[in-house]
Design a protein around this ligand. Structure first.
Ligand code: DQA
Length: 145
């Protein structure tokens, strides 16, 4: 089962940026652990700081190429109507993830433009938010998605 992990702006700086919020591990390092933990899933990873590139990737992945998308849209979560429209447009189920607990942070982060069009949202478990999303896809029977 092919699953895409898609990371948005500033998430290329994990391990460097605001370590007290996001931890001290790079995503590339954690991704190696995820690949080893889910050998039955064919994982791909893509990161962009650019809204249009993320939308292009959703279009590319969203019509049969992947069975599921795990998407941390970073700050675009709270602002991007275009990204929420793209999630609404595609067929592939999207699980929203956040490393930090966005509901425990400033009010602007409490609103997700994309959440209404996602299968579900996982927030606040550190990098393990991605593992929880993968467990969801791993446990689905092929015909459920
Ligand atoms: C984030 C939360 C967002 O509010 C923030 O803009 C990010 C990261 C998270 O993973 O906790 O860039 O999506």
């Amino acid at each position: 089962m092919k699953i895409l992990i898609l990371n948005g702006p500033n998430l290329n700086l994990l391990g460097v940026r605001e370590k007290s919020v996001y931890g001290n591990r790079s995503f590339e390092d954690y991704y190696e652990e995820l690949k080893a933990a889910f050998p039955a899933l064919e994982l791909s990873y893509f990161q962009s700081n650019t809204e249009g590139t993320l939308i292009d990737k959703l279009h590319e992945a969203g019509f049969g190429a992947y069975k599921g998308i795990i998407f941390n849209a970073g700050a675009y979560t709270h602002t991007s109507l275009a990204i929420s429209d793209a999630i609404k447009a595609i067929d592939t189920p999207v699980v929203e993830v956040h490393i930090s607990n966005v509901f425990a942070r400033d009010a602007i982060r409490h609103k997700s433009m994309m959440a209404p069009f996602c299968t579900g949202s996982i927030s606040g478990f550190g990098l393990e938010s991605y593992r929880l999303a993968l467990q969801y896809f791993e446990r689905l029977k092929p015909k459920q998605i």
